[in-house]
Design a protein around this ligand. Structure first.
Ligand SMILES: CC(C)(COP(=O)(O)OP(=O)(O)OC[C@H]1O[C@@H](n2cnc3c(N)ncnc32)[C@H](O)[C@@H]1OP(=O)(O)O)[C@@H](O)C(=O)NCCC(=O)NCCS
Length: 169
């Protein structure tokens, strides 16, 4: 069912695939296509481009530590959904998603998350959570639609001024 949804929503627009070695180059280039507002929304801090420490992490981290699903169009990375955790057998992971501004609200984020969730489960993740600023209307609505359909439902808590959405996979 998820595969069908993915095909319907995204194949006319972008190739969806798992992160692979070398994608850090595409990712670094995609930083220029993210507005300051989108960068702030994703990193919860003002940054003029993708943070260097973040780019180092994704380039060097073992796959159990950080993994992603990417959307690529005409050789450009236009979105990615990632999950990260702190130990190889950790069952809780953090989700984050970013879609370049020109491609937002066209189903890319939804398709990325739909294709990432089975990979999270296959990697042993049973609880997935995401932190967003309360002012991030788009991410709040998107997370509600992505998480609320899970069988165990979704919780939303407020912590350190942020909203934490969590779901059991
Ligand atoms: C949040 C984000 C990843 C969503 O990705 P997207 O590809 O634009 O989302 P989709 O097109 O799949 O939309 C999914 C749902 O999210 C909600 N949504 C998306 N953009 C929205 C907006 N601008 N305003 C209100 N709701 C919005 C809607 O409910 C939408 O479903 P609908 O179009 O059927 O109404 C994208 O806006 C983004 O990259 N934002 C900046 C980074 C960020 O905030 N990351 C944190 C996410 S954990």
């Amino acid at each position: 069912m998820e595969t069908q949804t993915l095909r319907d929503v995204v194949s006319p627009v972008a190739q969806l695939r798992a992160w692979r070695e070398g994608d850090e180059v595409l990712l670094a280039q995609a930083g220029a296509a993210l507005s300051p507002a989108s960068l702030y929304a994703r990193f919860l801090a003002g940054t003029p481009t993708l943070p260097a420490a973040y780019l180092r992490l994704v380039a060097m981290a073992p796959r159990w530590r950080w993994d992603a699903q990417v959307a690529v169009r005409d050789g450009h990375l236009i979105g990615w959904a990632e999950f990260g955790r702190m130990s190889p057998d950790g069952t809780e992971a953090d989700l984050a998603v970013a879609v370049v501004d020109a491609w937002q609200r066209r189903g890319i984020g939804t398709a990325l998350v739909s294709s990432l969730l089975p990979r999270c489960r296959a990697a042993g993740v049973t609880v997935l959570s995401a932190e967003v600023a309360p002012s991030n209307v788009a991410a709040r609505a998107a997370l509600r639609s992505w998480f609320a359909t899970r069988s165990e439902g979704m919780t939303v808590t407020r912590e350190d001024g942020l909203l934490r959405f969590a779901t059991v996979l």
